[in-house]
Design a protein around this ligand. Structure first.
Ligand SMILES: [Fe+2]
Ligand SMILES: [Fe+2]
Length: 379
């Protein structure tokens, strides 16, 4: 079983791969929690750890056990998502008996590695940042720059929506789609509630207005998460499907959203995450609506998506103007980032104190004043 990490920031593919026929020897996922399959690249020479796991040089391990065919071969075994180096406990002796050298990798926050999952997740995200990209962020006009970057991202007008969902998807496919969507859309109000802490002024009002929309503007039947659940009900998505059809990518997206909104130190990233989410919804949901209508499915079930084509166009505009722009104009945000990777200069990790004069933006003041209270909290 190998692990592939690939793709671009915020759209990272997180795919577990069964790359060795050793799986047939019972190595793998006794827990039944393994990820989806994908091919793996063969490591050169096999002496290093890390990198992309996959089929080892010199062929599979078929001849390894007892046959001596693996003598001199080094296998680097990388486990998949939700697993650990323990995955290989029954494989390693068999390979070694054939004369092979075996190196097993414990990925961060997996198995015996005690790195907190959130730290490992953020480190993996940081690793995808390209310094030159950060340097290219303009001093002014951040919002147009951001939109341009998003337009050039593979997720923008993706063929999954424009071709598949719109023209080809079956009801079963739409059920799978809703399962993936549930991890963000199904809890979007909670993300906003977390993000609002410590903001002020136009930013706080924008988040509050967005949140009130999520609450159906006081109409219990129009609470957005409830509207979303009606789509699930219309297609009779079951609890078993919620568990078994959820992809690792979907889980990553939902957990990353909650992580970023939860901590003040990741506030800038959460702002961007939600901005792009709101901005891409109208086009995405237009394709879902077209697919739903093509299949002649219950109109009551598409209410959430239909309504958000207009709602999120408004949300995106307000968010860019009142949440993203004040953040982008904030000196503390622009000091690079409010969060710095572990190992960076501690002086750069600390945040500026409250300004001696009126703050440049309400965000500056409040982020500083509540950071010590909220960072690391477990609410
Ligand atoms: Fe909503
Ligand atoms: Fe929205």
């Amino acid at each position: 079983m190998g692990l592939l990490w690939g793709g671009s920031a915020r759209a990272r593919v997180f795919a577990a791969a069964c790359a060795l026929s050793a799986m047939a020897m019972g190595c793998g996922d006794d827990s039944g929690k393994g990820g989806s399959s994908a091919g793996g690249a063969a490591p050169e020479g096999g002496s290093g750890q890390g990198g992309q796991g996959g089929a080892p040089e010199g062929g599979g391990p078929e001849g390894g056990a007892g046959g001596g065919a693996s003598t001199g071969t080094t296998f680097v075994l990388v486990h998949g998502a939700f697993a650990g180096a323990w995955s290989w406990d029954r494989v390693t002796p068999a390979l070694e008996a054939g004369g092979a050298t075996v190196v097993t990798v414990e990925l961060p926050a997996h198995g015996a590695d005690e790195t907190p999952t959130e730290d490992a997740t953020l480190a993996a995200e940081d690793a995808q940042l390209v310094p030159a990209d950060l340097d290219a962020i303009p001093a002014a006009g951040f919002v147009p720059w951001l939109k341009d970057r998003v337009r050039r991202h593979p997720a923008f007008k993706h063929a999954y929506y424009h071709d598949f969902i719109r023209s080809e998807a079956t009801p079963v496919d739409l059920r799978r789609y809703l399962v993936q969507e549930s991890v963000v859309d199904g809890r979007f109000d909670d993300l906003l509630a977390l993000l609002q802490l410590g903001t002020d002024g136009a930013t706080k009002l924008e988040i509050a207005e967005n949140y009130w929309d999520e609450m159906g503007n006081g109409d219990a039947a129009q609470v957005h998460t409830l509207m979303f659940s009606r789509a699930m009900t219309a297609l009779a998505v079951t609890d078993v499907e919620m568990r078994e059809e959820m992809s690792a990518e979907g889980l990553l997206s939902g957990n990353l959203a909650m992580l970023l909104c939860r901590y003040r130190e990741t506030y800038p990233e959460a702002v961007g995450f939600l901005a792009v989410t709101e901005w891409l919804v109208p086009d995405r949901f237009s394709q879902v609506l077209a697919g739903w209508n093509r299949l002649g499915l219950d109109p009551a079930g598409i209410e959430y998506h239909d309504a958000h084509i207009a709602i999120d166009a408004r949300h995106a505009s307000g968010w860019f103007n009142n949440v993203v722009k004040p953040g982008a104009d904030s000196p503390s945000f622009r000091s690079t980032r409010s969060r710095m990777p572990a190992g960076s200069d501690p002086a750069r990790r600390s945040t500026p104190g409250p300004p001696a004069v009126a703050p440049a933006s309400a965000v500056d003041w409040n982020m500083d004043s509540i950071r010590s209270v909220l960072v690391g909290s477990t609410y």
